[in-house]
Design a protein around this ligand. Structure first.
Ligand code: TRH
Length: 419
């Protein structure tokens, strides 16, 4: 009864604001303010005698549980680069230990914690615990960065390298840009820091994941002397599995890309839309709703329906679900298309996804439907329509994923540029 009363009072915006302000005042009184940004904990450096050219990849994490689309694509690109350099090193910036996936090109490389002597072999350096430890940097180290803070940290590596080895100019790093990352935050310190990494054209050669993202950066006015973009491949493992699953029958199953902890994937919005749909579409009870991406508790919907979470699946299980499901709902509030809507479409599903800035996948990919706005009611209307559309897979078009076997045709040209 008391809980119900509190809930009812807090649903009033005015009372909610008063309660929130009082709570903040009391809880701020004894609080020490933490101004750390752990991702940019400084590295300290030490010289290295290694003479061979070495390509260094900086990634936040390498353990399998963290490898979704972004890191997987960066690793494919890095693998191509390793073929052009005698030595390679992966610097893991955030994890304090790594559990590597088997059968990867780096699976049997030496793994060491930061602070150990440099080795003239391919190497993985785990740097999550870097305070008081030095990272060896050689004159012939070259850098490929991924998330904004790996780039922020690598700029310091370039500064130190130029100073230590008296280089005439900064060696440019290769910045693998897979989204407009300031958008991962509200207007804030992290927004500002991540945006700052796009404003050092004298130190960067960006590689944009998709033409859509490349065009978004151009429209925002960022300029570089040289840059490249690529059309990503449908994950090669998924592609292979897809060929064996073409005859699987579609079920009355809706699959959502459900990642409650990744704000840009708009989990709450999907749940709100499904609530409308379960309540208002008189045929909703004919369907089953599954959520894949990240585990969460089951969510009750009206009319006895439920969103069941299957968590992060192996690629084999994910492919199987894509093949059996009829409709996908996968949102991402960013100019990058994100992979799941494209994967759903490639497996013959009808896909509901959002537009953003210059992104409109309806122009580029078959079976894609976009709501008029991101009002959950508009998403519900699109979903209701999709539930009534023929489940037959129509002729397929996908102009975002690459049609060629070669995902990064520009690697030779790129490597020449940063000699
Ligand atoms: O790595 P990601 O978090 O995505 C990043 C960013 O979203 C970035 O904005 C985007 O530009 C960049 O990728 C390309 O995760 P993403 O792309 O959403 O991950 C999708 C991949 O995850 C998909 O290709 C297959 C894999 N996957 C699983 O392995 N298991 C699962 O259950 C699911 C649902 C996906």
């Amino acid at each position: 009864m008391i809980n119900w009363l509190i809930k009812a009072l807090l649903s009033n915006r005015y009372i909610y604001d008063i309660a929130k302000n009082s709570y903040n005042t009391v809880s701020n009184r004894n609080r020490t303010i933490n101004t750390d940004i752990p991702e940019i904990t400084p590295f300290s450096f030490i010289g290295s005698d290694i003479q061979e050219k070495r390509i260094n990849l900086l990634v936040p994490a390498l353990s399998e549980k963290h490898v979704f689309g972004g890191i997987a694509t960066a690793l494919r690109f890095f693998e191509e680069l390793t073929k052009l350099y005698p030595l390679a090193r992966i610097i893991v910036t955030d994890e304090t230990s790594v559990q590597l996936k088997n059968d990867q090109f780096y699976s049997n490389w030496n793994v060491q914690d930061i602070g150990n002597p440099d080795l003239s072999t391919n190497l993985i350096v785990v740097s999550g615990n870097r305070v008081g430890q030095d990272l060896p940097i050689a004159e012939n180290d070259y850098f490929l960065t991924t998330a904004w803070w790996t780039t922020f940290n690598a700029f310091k590596m370039l500064d130190w390298q130029k100073y230590k080895y008296q280089l005439d100019d900064f060696r440019k790093l290769i910045y693998f840009v897979q989204d407009f990352e300031p958008g991962f935050y509200s207007w804030s310190t992290r927004y500002a820091l991540s945006e700052s990494t796009y404003r050092k054209p004298n130190k960067t050669i960006p590689i944009f994941n998709t033409k859509l993202l490349n065009d978004f950066f151009l429209e925002q006015g960022y300029k570089y002397d040289s840059s490249f973009y690529f059309d990503p491949l449908l994950n090669p493992v998924l592609n292979k599995l897809r060929q064996g699953l073409t005859n699987v029958s579609k079920e009355k199953q809706i699959l959502i890309y459900g990642r409650p902890s990744v704000e840009r994937n708009l989990f709450e919005l999907i749940v709100q839309s499904l609530n409308y749909w379960a309540e208002k579409d008189e045929r909703s009870s004919e369907w089953k709703v599954l959520s894949a991406g990240e585990y969460h508790e089951p969510i009750e919907l009206p009319n006895g329906l439920k969103i069941e979470s299957v968590g992060k699946l192996s690629l084999e299980e994910y492919a199987d679900l894509l093949a059996r499901s009829s409709i996908g709902v996968s949102l991402m509030l960013s100019p990058h298309p994100s992979y799941p809507p494209l994967e759903m479409s490639m497996f013959g599903m009808k896909v509901i996804t959002n537009t953003y800035a210059n992104k409109d996948l309806r122009d580029l990919v078959s079976n894609v439907y976009c709501p008029k706005s991101l009002d959950p009611e508009d998403i519900y209307l699109e979903l209701k329509d999709c539930c009534r559309r023929d489940t037959k897979v129509i002729e397929h078009k996908n102009e975002v994923f690459s049609n060629s076997e070669i995902e990064f045709p520009f690697v030779d040209e790129l490597v020449k540029l940063i000699r």
